[in-house]
Design a protein around this ligand. Structure first.
Ligand code: PMP
Length: 431
């Protein structure tokens, strides 16, 4: 049965007249899977509701932040309380102190932390700081890892183990991209080779400790440890971009899961509880270079604003209660086990995987270890699967190269319904 999206279609058409592509962030436009994106009216628990009256079990959760689900009662109550006292002061507040203390309590590698307004700001600022601290200019990133849309990170550099940067987007000056060295994810030898060639110029290696912007790609054993070792040997900083993995791969983040001690870490998503947020933090010696305690300039009118701090703090507090994080992990594992049973039953050679509260499913028989192998996935099959799931009331991120997110608001019943829907959807998608 086709989904009635007539009101969403009308709103999408009108939006396309006044907003680029009809959306305020490109992936929302459903380009990868085709069709009209449902326009969402409200969310409650693990569900979202569109303007056409369709309900969906939500595995996108605003791309990760809503780890407690939509409108968690404690988050809503705390926000209402904060709201009644004002939305922003541009002056210090106790909430910011509590947030900083919370982040530091959760992550041994972080001694000092600065709040910003997005993940993009966090990585942009961390890279500026790393360059200032090391007095070097080049940065290593990994192909297929996303660190936001500032100039030096909009580089993927195509194939080859070590290519010097070429911008991915018009408008990025070649000079801004030239300092970025792109290497295949999990290619420690490529990193070592880059350090041999440019070592004294490399300020930092920035990495998603679990890659989650090309589908879910796990670090191979020794990869993160190798990055830690090589950066130390060459006097470069190791930046973990935990905007997505923070409080998702483990309570704290991937660094807690893998036991790695990065110099700097960037945050976003979950620590804002669904409000705009980002943060970067790390060793005191490095962070003390940030203005006004040091010369590295970085500022923000709305940084650390009371609403985002309240939503984030409440989210981390609820998530940290005994059993809550483990419950979300268990639900994620239940979903993946169910999906894998379905795939086996249908005699399909694909497997779902998870780490913490993140899950992924690549439609490829290749072992996915980097961007190149991720690209072998059958995107046509994914698009048909995605729409077949949507018709059954399951909302997945609209691209094969995104991950799935679980929340505390999901239950076994919804997870099992999702597995049942996936079986039907796969049969339909295979035709
Ligand atoms: N880093 C990572 C790992 C991300 O996943 C994202 C966003 N998905 C960003 C940075 C950028 O964050 P934002 O969209 O808040 O700017």
């Amino acid at each position: 049965m086709p989904l009635d999206l007539s009101r969403s279609q009308a709103l999408f058409a009108a939006s396309q007249e006044v907003i680029p592509g009809g959306v305020n962030s490109p992936v929302r436009a459903f380009r990868a899977v085709g069709g009209t994106p449902p326009f969402i009216e409200r969310g409650a628990g693990c569900r979202i509701y569109d303007v056409d009256g369709n309900a969906y079990i939500d595995y996108c959760l605003s791309w990760g932040p809503l780890i407690l689900g939509h409108c968690h009662p404690e988050v809503v109550a705390a926000l209402q309380e904060t709201l009644s006292r004002g939305t922003s002061f541009g002056a210090p507040t106790e909430l910011e102190l509590r947030m900083a203390q919370k982040v530091i309590d959760c992550l041994p590698s972080v001694e000092v932390v600065r709040m910003v307004n997005s993940g993009t700001e966090a990585t942009m600022s961390a890279i500026r700081l790393a360059r200032a601290y090391t007095r070097r200019s080049k940065v290593i990133k990994f192909i297929g890892c996303y660190h936001g849309h500032h100039d030096s990170m909009l580089v993927r550099a195509g194939s080859g183990a070590t290519d010097l940067g070429v911008p991915d987007s018009p408008g990025v000056p070649a000079a801004a991209a030239a300092g970025t060295i792109s290497i295949r994810y999990n290619d420690l030898e490529g990193v070592e080779a880059a350090f041999r060639e440019y070592g004294s110029d490399i300020a930092a290696v920035i990495v998603e400790p679990v890659a989650a912007n090309m589908g879910l790609v796990l670090p191979q054993p020794g990869f993160l440890e190798g990055l830690r070792r090589v950066t130390r040997e060459h006097g470069a900083l190791l930046i973990f971009d935990e905007v997505l993995t923070g409080w998702r791969v483990a309570y704290g983040g991937a660094q807690a899961h893998f036991g790695i001690d990065p110099d700097l870490t960037t945050f976003g998503k979950v620590i804002g509880g669904g409000l705009p947020v980002g943060a970067y933090g790390g060793k005191r010696e490095i962070m003390s270079m940030v203005a006004p305690s040091g010369p590295v300039y970085q500022a923000g009118t709305l940084s650390g604003n009371p609403l985002a701090m309240t939503a984030g703090l409440t989210t981390l507090e609820v998530l940290g209660r005994p059993g809550n994080f483990e419950r979300i992990v268990a639900l994620t594992e239940r979903l993946v086990a169910g999906l894998n049973q379905v795939l086996e039953r249908l005699d399909l050679p694909y497997r779902a995987a998870s780490i913490g509260t993140l899950f992924g499913l690549f439609f490829t028989t290749e072992r996915v270890v980097d961007y190149e192998t991720a690209l072998t996935a059958d995107t046509g099959l994914f698009s048909r699967y995605h729409h077949a799931m949507l018709r059954r009331g399951i909302y997945l991120a609209p691209s094969q190269f995104e991950v799935g997110f679980m929340s505390l608001a999901h239950t076994e019943a919804e997870v099992d319904a999702t597995v049942a829907a996936a079986e039907e959807a796969l049969r339909e998608a295979l035709g």
